[in-house]
Design a protein around this ligand. Structure first.
Ligand SMILES: *[C@@H]1O[C@H](CO)[C@@H](O)[C@H](O)[C@H]1NC(C)=O
Ligand SMILES: *[C@@H]1O[C@H](CO)[C@@H](O)[C@H](O)[C@H]1NC(C)=O
Ligand SMILES: *[C@@H]1O[C@H](CO)[C@@H](O)[C@H](O)[C@H]1NC(C)=O
Ligand SMILES: *[C@@H]1O[C@H](CO)[C@@H](O)[C@H](O)[C@H]1NC(C)=O
Length: 331
């Protein structure tokens, strides 16, 4: 992806959190959206297809691995978000209603993605076991350490587990900030001993909040763009929430990268959240986030969860053929 000069439209490209593609937003899709007159995604050109692989249909358990220094207040925001996915009694527009678009996806037998998502066992890696600069492979080694630890190892759950590697704001991973804010893939048996769906999301607060915690922070070199107030008082973590949401939605619908994606090339699949990157509300598209909401303190959000509010990007609705979210004004 291009680095500066950044424009608001290019910024959108930077916000992406892809799967294996080393680029966030395959340029073919970017050009489609750039050219499209439609908002909230485009149905005409998107051919999202099912490639016969498994999806996560059993109750999903997310295992957070806290790499580096994490405050308990930060962990609570992230745990509350993940547990909000199944909190059907949250006030609308809710995170649980957002997830209902993800449960529209099925496997070969017609089984839907599970509507149950919860936080499972957690692991702390406070002493940066693999250093402060990770690669995609050393990220897998961190997961191996977590599932093979001498004390309280994480359970091995290849069928319905999602291993969520979260790195603190002083940790870099290859292509963080320039190309990606997070990604998902599966672990290699040769490194970890098992094939486990996993995702990585980094706290960008120190490295690139204007890129990965947008719109709670904005790049200084874009004129007339002002940051909005984040809903939980932590720009880096509030910014991670949408990336975590993006990755959990994609890992659930494409855990082994052979299930739901658009585009002919499995090396750079365009998945259900990639298609809606940067869209948080009605009218979103291009460089516009769409209609969001403000709470009494002036913080910006678009959905409610357990104890909190969150700003979460929309996902692709395969029945409607456009991006949808619970705060849509016309649904
Ligand atoms: C995508 O970018 C690559 C490298 O910049 C280029 O070779 C390729 O033609 C582009 N593809 C499209 C569809 O624009
Ligand atoms: C799956 O989750 C649902 C809803 O939380 C729960 O009622 C059910 O017992 C769970 N099933 C299993 C096998 O854990
Ligand atoms: C399961 O998926 C089908 C096909 O997309 C959809 O019609 C149905 O509403 C889904 N069921 C649930 C419970 O999400
Ligand atoms: C940016 O703001 C300045 C001062 O408010 C204004 O004069 C200028 O037209 C704005 N530029 C754009 C591109 O909106």
């Amino acid at each position: 992806m291009p680095t500066p000069p950044i424009t608001a439209a290019l910024l959108l490209l930077f916000l992406t959190a892809p799967v294996i593609s080393w680029r966030p937003w395959p340029n073919s899709t970017a050009s489609i959206f750039g050219a499209s007159k439609k908002f909230e995604g485009s149905s005409e050109f998107v051919k999202l297809q099912y490639h016969m692989g498994p999806v996560l249909t059993a109750n999903i358990t997310v295992y957070p691995i806290w790499y580096g220094k994490w405050r308990s207040s930060q962990k609570r925001i992230i745990r509350d978000f993940i547990n909000s996915i199944s909190a059907a009694d949250s006030k609308p527009p809710s995170v649980a209603a957002w997830w209902r678009t993800v449960t529209l996806y099925t496997d070969q037998t017609g089984a839907n993605i599970s509507s149950a998502v919860r936080v499972g066992a957690e692991k702390n890696d406070r002493l940066y076991s693999h250093g402060k600069s990770l690669t995609r492979l050393s990220a897998q080694s961190v997961i191996k350490s977590a599932v093979s630890a001498a004390t309280r190892p994480l359970p091995v759950n290849p069928r319905s587990g999602v291993y969520l590697l979260l790195t603190s704001d002083d940790v870099y991973l290859d292509n963080f900030c320039t190309d990606i804010c997070g990604f998902h893939y599966f672990t290699f048996p040769s490194i970890v001993g098992y094939t486990l769906p996993y995702a990585w999301v980094g706290n960008s607060a120190k490295l690139c909040p204007g890129v990965c915690a947008y719109p709670f922070s904005v790049p200084k070199f874009i004129p007339n763009l002002t940051a909005v107030k984040s809903p939980n008082g932590d720009v880096g973590v509030d910014g991670m929430i949408s990336v975590i949401a993006h990755e959990i939605a994609e890992v659930s619908t494409n855990p082994l990268v052979n299930a739901w994606y658009a585009g002919g090339d499995p090396v750079t699949p365009v998945e259900i959240a990639d298609l809606c990157e940067g869209i948080y509300g009605t009218g979103g598209g291009g460089s516009y986030t769409g209609q969001m909401m403000n709470d009494r303190d002036g913080a910006t959000y678009n959905m409610n969860g357990i104890r909190r509010r969150f700003l979460v990007q929309w996902v692709w609705n395969k029945l409607l053929n456009y991006c949808t979210g619970p705060n849509a004004l016309d649904q």
